[in-house]
Design a protein around this ligand. Structure first.
Ligand code: AMP
Ligand code: ZN
Length: 125
């Protein structure tokens, strides 16, 4: 449960909740019942898509705690989107906590393709 302000973001003031609700535009590449995916506004690789559960949770672990199956759906959508974009090989990143570069406290997977992540210092975030 929330331990500090950054983890206490409510759906009402959450950017990705607003994208899920269609209140803020995004470049959608996948729309499912429980998961959407859209292009990152500041791409760090030739393919940089964010895979996002519709249900608000502050990070991947919180989503896993609330609904383990939903984490599986995120992974499946990441693979589907990458495949549709022409990438059989890709990276998945889930920044967790501000010290790890997380800036949006609504669970999301970064799905990156077309750029070799040769070190842990050039990950997005
Ligand atoms: P993180 O730093 O892991 O929390 O990732 C947040 C990501 O959201 C960053 O890569 C941002 O570029 C991206 N981002 C922020 N605002 C938007 C937006 N309106 N549409 C798409 N991506 C966004
Ligand atoms: Zn949210």
């Amino acid at each position: 449960m929330p331990e500090n302000a950054e983890n206490g973001a409510t759906a009402a003031d959450c950017l990705f909740c607003k994208i899920v609700a269609g209140e803020i535009p995004s470049n959608l590449v996948y729309e499912g019942e429980r998961v959407i995916a859209f292009r990152d506004i500041n791409p760090q690789a030739p393919m940089h898509v964010l895979v996002v559960p519709r249900a608000h949770a502050p990070n991947l672990a919180a989503t896993a705690a609330a609904d383990p199956g939903l984490v599986g759906e995120l992974a499946t959508v990441a693979a589907e989107v990458a495949g549709e974009e022409g990438y059989s090989d890709y990276n998945v990143v889930a920044n967790t906590g501000s010290e790890a570069g997380q800036t949006i406290f609504h669970t999301h997977l970064h799905v990156l393709g077309g750029r070799k992540l040769t070190s842990l210092t050039n990950l997005p975030g």
